[in-house]
Design a protein around this ligand. Structure first.
Ligand code: NAP
Ligand code: MG
Length: 501
């Protein structure tokens, strides 16, 4: 534990950390069958804070069996309204345990207190409550049919929307609770059961959430959590013949492995993958909005954010003002441990991630980018890296092309070129997740919205997430959508029924 930020002895988070964490399978804590464990670190100090169970293939077998038994057994007997109550109760319990979940999320992931508080007190409960309203509104249709020469009135055809079954959910470390919530809520709303494999770097809040789901009334086996490594637990889950669907969030590279692993039983796959989102600023944009907006777009979660606006395209007329303004914010952001209320900018997730980011910054310098600010790691404990701004970048430079997943902003400028050229530049990436356009000209904004090839485009705001708004990637940023009504679809299957008499 970091001496500078001791949790109050006897606090709920402290008590949770001290537990001998197992796997949550069939409503019980169980030890991993092979007995292996791994260490969990606080990225704000680099110190070990807990150990977690390293589940492997045999543990995944047990969890899938528990999920199948619950799917065909007690969970199938829940009415839609009863499933809605479970979801609502999860939101209540998250609020009741907000302090504990906030502290655990910070210690595990490193994010600043204000971010974690907002996530735990608003983002997560709002999301579960949004989906709590859906179970009672999942409906099929009646369809006018005339099979085999039947006449109207001789056949009644309708569709049933049924839960897809046992879901394997594999999530990343950058926002552990929200990543879990976007799988859990639609799965429970539709009547599916889950086996969750959280990122090995951030297993803690997933374990606590498993207990809260049980407390909220989800029968044993509905929510199972197997902590462990991607190459073992994750691979076993994605290849498992007893799993009907994989919901994956993570890198595009691992997304491809998931697709290959799913081939055996042709399980359904939804993918939320990487991004390299553009922020496009026209000359008439409101600078007082653009400057903090562009800084936030890139530096939120230390840039470890799939939607991060890491490519900033600014009209040449206001280029210097925007670059100087964003750099001024970057230079004055207070780096610090997430539990320190003064901290505005936390650590990266690991020493390895910090070295990756440093490698991209060195490449940017070598390739002729102008380093405006940041670019190094402060000398302090924890995996900190400074918010970094590069100006005069070109499309062919390594930091512009790669998803860095760190706080590195690459600025390019454009003149009064035609919009198609600006859009082509913004679209010149394998990704297509998010993006934003900044201007007072609504006509210009709408033209750009049409031209940008990504699952989300926002105007005068970046990454405008809401539980009701579909979110997901075009191109190599993913398959399918999460959030909103569309977010239910990957968890449902349609049965066409025709009754003749
Ligand atoms: P990652 O390396 O792809 O890992 C994601 C998850 O997959 C982890 O649980 C990981 O386990 C597991 N995994 C690794 N190898 C696996 C395999 N062979 N089979 C099955 N599972 C495997 O991604 P990350 O580094 O945690 O997260 C960063 C990436 O996530 C970025 O590319 C980011 O853009 C993307 N992301 C996308 C969204 C979105 O909504 N589109 C949101 C957030 C993040 P381990 O923990 O053991 O590695
Ligand atoms: Mg951790």
């Amino acid at each position: 534990m970091n001496a500078a930020f001791p949790l109050t002895p006897g606090s709920a988070a402290q008590a949770f950390l001290a537990r001998a964490h197992g796997l949550f399978i069939g409503g019980r804590w169980v030890a991993p069958l092979a007995g292996k464990r791994f260490d969990v670190f606080d990225p704000g100090t680099g110190q070990k804070i807990a150990t977690a169970a390293a589940g492997e293939s045999a543990d995944i077998d047990a969890a899938v069996a528990a999920a199948r038994a619950a799917f065909t057994g007690p969970w199938a007997k829940f009415t839609a309204a009863e499933r809605g109550k479970v979801l609502w109760k999860i939101a209540d319990l998250v609020e009741q345990h907000a302090q504990e979940l906030t502290e655990l999320e910070i210690l595990d992931n490193g994010q600043p207190l204000a971010v974690a508080q907002y996530v735990v007190r608003h983002v997560v409960p709002d999301f579960f409550r949004y989906y709590a309203g859906w179970p009672t509104k999942i409906e099929g249709a009646t369809i006018p049919t005339a099979p085999q020469g039947r006449r109207p009135g001789e056949v009644l055809s309708f569709t049933l929307r049924e839960p897809i079954g046992v879901v394997g959910a594999i999530t990343p470390w950058n926002a552990p609770l929200p990543m879990l919530m976007v799988k859990l809520a639609p799965a429970l709303a539709t009547g599916c059961t889950l086996v969750l494999k959280p990122a090995e770097l951030t297993p803690l809040t997933a374990l606590r959430m498993a207990e809260l789901c049980a407390e909220a009334g989800a029968p044993e086996g509905v929510v199972n959590v197997v902590t462990g490594f991607g190459e073992t637990a994750g691979a076993a889950l994605s290849a498992h013949p007893g799993v009907d669907k994989i919901a994956f969030t993570g890198s595009t590279e691992v997304g491809r492995l998931i697709v290959k692993a799913a081939v055996g039983n042709l399980k359904k796959v939804s993918l939320e993958l990487g991004g390299k989102s553009p922020v496009i600023v026209f000359a008439d944009a409101v600078l007082e909005q653009v400057i903090p907006g562009a800084a936030r777009a890139c530096f939120f979660l230390q840039g470890q954010n799939c939607m991060a606006g890491t490519r900033l395209y600014v009209h040449e007329k206001i280029h210097d003002q925007v670059v100087n303004g964003v750099a001024a914010i970057a230079r004055t952001m207070q780096l610090g441990h997430g539990l320190d209320p003064a901290s505005q900018f936390g650590p990266l997730i690991s020493a390895e991630q910090r070295e990756r980011v440093r490698g991209y910054v060195e490449a940017g310098k070598r390739e002729g980018g102008e380093l405006v600010c940041g670019g190094g790691a402060p000398s302090r404990a924890g995996y900190f890296f400074e918010p970094t701004v590069f100006a005069r970048m070109r499309a062919d430079m390594t930091p512009v092309k790669s998803e860095i997943f760190g706080p590195v902003l690459c600025v390019q400028s454009f003149g009064d070129a035609d919009l198609d050229r600006v859009a082509a530049e913004a679209n010149s990436t394998i990704y297509g997740l998010s993006g934003s356009v900044w201007t007072r000209d609504i006509g210009l904004a709408m033209q750009m919205v049409r031209k940008i090839d990504s699952g989300q485009v926002s105007v005068n705001i970046h990454a405008a997430l809401d539980p009701a708004m579909p979110f997901g990637g075009n191109k190599q940023s993913g398959w399918g959508r999460e959030f909103g009504k569309e977010g239910l679809e990957p968890y449902l299957k349609t049965k066409g029924v025709s009754v003749a008499w």
